[in-house]
Ligand binder design. Structure first.
Ligand SMILES: C[S@@+](CC[C@H](N)C(=O)[O-])C[C@H]1O[C@@H](n2cnc3c(N)ncnc32)[C@H](O)[C@@H]1O
Length: 256
C-alpha cells in the first residue's frame, strides 16, 4: 500500500474548503503588521495566505494533529515564508501568549472542541483588547451536501442523539451563546454559500471521499468495495452535466 500523500490531501482540502477564503479574508481584513492566530489550521493554506497579508507581522498556525503541521511547515518553507510558525496543541487549552494576537482566524477548525466555551475563552485570552475573531464553520445539514454523501459510509446516528461534531456550531443562536459565554461581544454570523466540485462523475466523487484525510478513516479495512458502492450511489444524486456539484453552506462569524 502506498504512503498517504499529504500534498495531494492538502489539495483535497482546498477543493472542499478553499471556496470560502474570499469571504473569510474579506472579513478578517488582515493588516501588514498584524499578529494572526490560525486555529485548527490543518495543512496551513489559510496560515500561509495570512502570512502573505501580514508581511511585517507574524502568523501562528495551530492544530492538534502534528503530521498535518509537518506538511504545513514544508509548504511554508517551500514558499520561503519567514513570518509563520506552526505549533501543535489542543486550542482549547494550549498556552498561547496572553494578548499575543490582533486577529484569530479559522477555516472549519473550531467545530470539534470538547468544550467550545472553554476553547473560545482560551482564544479570547490570546487576543489583545479590541482583537477580533473571524471563522467559518459548517452551517445547517440541509444546506450541506458533502456530509450527506459521507453519511452513506458513516454509522447512522441514533434518534435523538446530538448532532455530529461537524454541525456542532451550525445554529447561529448557539454560536452567539457559546461566544458570549467565552467573553466575546458583537457576535455577527452571516451565511456564505458555495459549490464544491467533487469530480466529473459519481465514481470520481466516491474516490475523492475514500482518499480524503477527513473521511477515509470512516471506512474499515476490507470495507472499501462496499463503501465505494454506497458513496457512488449517494453522489449520483448530485451529478450534473458539469460533474458532481455539492452545495456547501457555512456561517462566517465575526466577533470582538
Ligand atoms: C476540517 S479541518 C480544517 C483544516 C484547515 N483549517 C483547512 O481549512 O484546511 C479541521 C482541523 O481542525 C483541527 N482540530 C480539531 N480539533 C482541534 C483542537 N481541539 N485544537 C486544534 N485543532 C483542532 C483538525 O486536526 C483539523 O486539521
Amino acid at each position: 500500500m502506498s504512503a498517504f500523500d499529504r500534498v495531494e490531501d492538502a489539495a483535497r482540502y482546498e477543493v472542499v474548503c478553499g471556496g470560502f477564503d474570499p469571504a473569510l479574508f474579506r472579513a478578517a481584513s488582515v493588516r501588514p503588521a498584524d499578529r494572526v492566530l490560525d486555529i485548527g489550521c490543518g495543512y496551513g493554506a489559510t496560515t500561509r495566505h495570512a502570512a502573505r497579508l501580514a508581511a511585517d507581522g507574524h502568523v501562528l498556525g495551530n492544530d492538534i494533529v502534528e503530521p498535518l503541521l509537518a506538511q504545513a511547515r514544508a509548504f511554508a518553507d517551500d514558499e520561503g515564508l519567514r513570518n509563520v510558525t506552526f505549533e501543535a496543541g489542543d486550542a482549547q487549552a494550549h498556552p498561547f501568549p496572553t494578548g499575543g494576537f490582533d486577529v484569530a482566524i479559522s477555516r472549519f477548525g473550531v467545530m470539534f472542541f470538547r468544550d467550545p466555551a472553554a476553547a473560545f475563552a482560551n482564544v479570547r485570552r490570546a487576543l489583545r483588547d479590541g482583537g477580533r475573531l473571524v471563522f467559518a464553520t459548517i452551517g445547517p445539514p440541509d444546506g450541506n451536501d458533502l456530509p450527506k454523501v459521507i453519511a452513506s459510509v458513516a454509522p447512522p446516528r441514533p434518534a435523538g442523539a446530538p448532532p455530529a461534531d461537524v454541525h456542532s456550531l451550525a445554529d447561529p443562536d448557539r454560536i452567539a451563546a457559546v461566544l458570549g459565554k467565552a467573553g466575546f461581544r458583537q457576535v455577527h454570523a452571516e451565511p456564505v454559500e458555495i459549490h464544491i466540485d467533487l469530480g466529473p462523475d459519481a465514481e470520481a466523487a466516491a474516490a475523492f471521499v475514500l482518499a480524503w484525510g477527513a473521511s477515509r478513516d470512516l471506512v474499515g479495512e476490507g470495507e472499501e468495495r462496499k463503501a465505494r458502492a454506497a458513496l457512488t450511489d449517494a453522489a449520483r444524486a448530485f451529478e450534473t452535466p458539469e460533474g458532481v456539484r455539492l452545495r456547501s453552506t457555512a456561517w462566517l462569524v465575526v466577533a470582538s
